[in-house]
Design a protein around this ligand. Sequence first.
Ligand code: SF4
Length: 282
Amino acid sequence: MNREIFLCAINNILSGTCKEDCKFCTQSVRYHADIERYNYKSIDKIVDEARQAKSNGALGYCLVTAGKGLDDKKVDFVARTAQAIKKEVKDLNLIACNGTATTAQLKFLKEHGIDSYNHNLETSKRYYDTICTTHSWDERYQTCLNVKEVGLQLCSGGIWGMGESDEDRESLLQAIVSLNPESTPLNFYIPNSALPIKSRNISKEEAIKIIKKARKLLGEDKLLMVAGGRELLFGGSEKEMFDAGVNSIVIGNYLTTKGDEPLKDITMLEEINYKVATSCNG
Ligand code: SF4
């Protein structure tokens, strides 16, 4: 087993202004969740935050925008931000996470310094209509195919614990595997009283089984990350999730929920005998 853990940080560069109805997402304006909402951050601030993430040990840096997908303004902003970060902060793998995207938009991002594109399938094709009615699962899958077509690295995963069945979980994993992503984030649903999905139907034991299965199906050379929900499910027992096959985590805050302090995570890794990876090339 790979004892090195890859750290990734997220920057929510445009927050909480989405008109879609994804029932798990506090960034939808429909549910009035109590989160910080803002328009584009300044590029200088994003570059500073990228520098800070790098000094905290992050190898991956993800630029996230709320909303269904890319448009001309968004693609231009993300491209300029990527260029500015690449110029100022060396050796940071840049990931864009901006929703549905065409091959032309993805090519443009690639030309401006984006290395990887994150687009999650979220749940099974069958269950998707229950959690979102404003866009389709097929549209999500197509964006993932577009990412591969233009030669960007694909980061694609989903969210578990939103009321789906065991069959849905299996189907989601198989769909992710069919895309052969470089990196797969596993998120475990974080209930929020403002959202239509009120509770989480997943235990730590079930999550461990999903991690083991994902590692087996994806292969040993891929990044398998536990992202949202890590503190809730694995707080204090992170070793179990790494032993099951996870080799990447998000440090710092998530999109709209707070994570642990980066230093706390690094100390935790040392205590359980895992090393922080210092290079994407292993
Ligand atoms: S499209 Fe993205 S930002 Fe918008 S509600 Fe759905 S998950 Fe949230």
